[in-house]
Design a protein around this ligand. Structure first.
Ligand SMILES: Nc1ncnc2c1ncn2[C@@H]1O[C@H](COP(=O)(O)OP(=O)(O)O)[C@@H](O)[C@H]1O
Ligand SMILES: [Mg+2]
Length: 507
């Protein structure tokens, strides 16, 4: 038997302006689940795109099952038993599952595509690996989690022995992640070799046998999962000590700052999504709202921030009613909002960091001043504020004139967080504040949320990440199908109990 299923040695990939892989060595033994981890931009996808023949290395060698190879394209990689499931799926929605799977490789009988045969092949693969996919349904009716399984079947249908999955859990709910891991184990039991890219350490610990860490294009190390810890991996990824567990003292809640009463709202299709939602948050307290995505939390945040109409119910901030006021007016009443979708709502990507940092206040003193009776932008003041925030929030690179679109996800999020904190809100609405953010920035944002709490602000944290909810919240509300199904103290809120409540399994 070959020593390595995959042996990539001294791989360098120079893009015109970026050295994406710098002398990287990556070794995977047959039959293992191997996690490739690193922060955003570390070079993971580049390395795997090279393995799949999508990119050619500038230098370095690759051997598959100890045999040297030189891929000219994905066709060569597939012929060598390699399959890849990309971050963004490439299925055709109006076609059925089986049609998608066989696309490009149709089994034909005298030139006619044999659909019955295709359905059977897909059904067999689905059963063999516990994928539970119906070959005859149209892809457009599937959830993201099932679409991903179709991609996996597609790869298996092409007889892959080595499967590469690029950040497969980024789009999944916690339940779907567990199911995916079951599938990966089943693939492993039947002899497949699996490479999974992720930057979530709990997933690495849960599913992998071996881990390779990359940082800034370079290979950092390779360890057996059982011999390492999340802390050690985080340190390897970031290159310094990282505190995964935020340190926080006891909350000292003051008076009630925020209250929502009996909110009802409808979604974009005019269907009810919120049913009689009531919540309150006190000064100096973090209320966590836990829930599987798609249970109304996005709409709730929009209602609170003035971006969606409340059909019924009221919202109060510091005892003033703010129901259905405009986002700008709500902001002026003292609400800060870290939005779920920072690209659509949080930032203007082709504005500079400085302009993004004053967005929403750019029309006000001190950022405008009167010159001969005319209002003009007060650039010295804008620059001074921007430089202060760039430093305080450790935004990298530390250049206020850089366009927001050029920053990494973590640094973009720091810009949003810095701006919202700088408004000195009474209530901070933090929606999925660390989604897609690297480990170092997660630590930073978590510390800032605790600090805001300790300064007496009320924080409403909405997150689909149970670990995040559990490590930050002073009380935990659970939302399921648009209803608050319970509010627990941290003591009562075990992961099992929350998981059960989040999926409608009662209190
Ligand atoms: N096709 C490309 N052209 C130029 N630069 C690229 C290209 N693909 C990736 N990069 C750059 O290479 C670096 C590594 O990217 P990537 O491999 O996608 O990292 P990761 O998957 O670890 O987040 C980043 O700085 C990225 O901007
Ligand atoms: Mg990537």
């Amino acid at each position: 038997m070959a020593e390595y299923a995959v042996a990539m040695r001294n791989i360098t990939k120079q893009f015109p302006r970026v050295l994406a892989n710098d002398d990287v060595t990556f070794l995977v033994r047959p039959g293992e689940i191997h996690a490739l981890v690193g922060e955003n931009g570390a070079g993971k996808s580049t390395l795997m795109n090279i393995l799949y023949g999508l990119l050619r290395p500038t230098s370095g060698t690759i051997a598959i099952y100890d045999k040297p190879v030189d891929f000219q394209g994905p066709g060569d990689a597939i012929a060598n038993g390699i399959g890849m499931v990309h971050q963004h799926f490439m299925l055709i929605p109006p076609l059925t599952v089986a049609e998608n799977v066989i696309l490009g490789q149709e089994p034909s009988h005298r030139g006619i595509v044999d659909v019955t045969h295709a359905n059977k092949m897909v059904r067999d693969l689905s059963e063999q690996y516990g994928l539970k996919v119906d070959p005859t349904v149209k892809v457009e009716t599937l959830t993201v989690g099932i679409e991903q399984r179709v991609e996996i079947i597609k790869v298996l249908y092409r007889k892959a022995e080595i499967l590469i999955l690029d950040e497969p859990t980024a789009v999944l709910t916690p339940q779907e992640v567990d199911e995916l891991f079951e599938i990966l184990r089943s693939l492993q039991r039947q002899g497949k070799t699996i490479i999974i890219i992720t930057h979530k350490l709990q997933e690495v610990m849960a599913v992998s046998d071996m881990v390779t860490v990359m940082r800034r294009g370079k290979y950092v190390g390779n360890v057996a999962t059982k011999d390492t810890s999340k802390e050690e991996l985080a340190n390897m990824m970031v290159g310094r000590q990282v505190l995964l567990q935020v340190e926080r003292g006891q909350a000292k809640p003051g008076k009630e700052v925020f209250r929502a009463e009996g909110l009802h709202a409808v979604n974009n299709k005019r269907l009810p999504v919120l049913h009689d939602v009531s919540l309150s948050v006190r000064a100096g307290e973090i209320l966590g709202l836990a829930g599987v995505e798609g249970n109304g939390q996005s709409e709730l945040v929009e209602v609170l921030a003035g971006l969606r109409k409340a059909e019924k119910g009221r919202v109060y901030l510091d005892e003033q009613e703010i129901t259905n006021l405009s986002p700008r007016v709500i902001k002026e009443h003292g609400m800060g909002h870290i939005p779920e979708d920072r690209h659509r709502r949080g930032l203007i990507l082709d504005y500079s960091v400085a302009k993004n940092l004053i967005l929403g206040l750019h029309h006000r003193i001190p950022f405008v001043k009167k010159v001969l009776g005319i209002e003009v932008m007060n650039f010295p003041q804008i620059h001074q504020t921007a430089d202060k925030l760039v430093e305080e929030f450790d935004i990298r690179p530390p250049d206020r004139e850089n366009l927001a679109g050029n920053l990494s996800g973590g640094n973009q999020q720091k810009v949003v967080v810095a701006r919202e904190f700088n408004h000195n809100p009474r209530l901070l609405l933090a929606a999925q504040p660390t989604r897609g953010v690297d480990v170092g920035s997660i630590e930073f944002i978590h510390r800032r949320l605790i600090q805001a709490r300790d300064e007496g602000k009320a924080v409403l944290l909405i997150s689909a990440d149970l670990e995040e909810i559990l490590s930050l919240s002073d009380r935990i509300a659970v939302i399921y199908e648009g209803k608050i199904v319970g509010i627990l103290s941290p003591k009562e809120a075990t992961e099992e109990r929350l998981g059960l409540m989040m999926t409608g399994g009662g209190q």
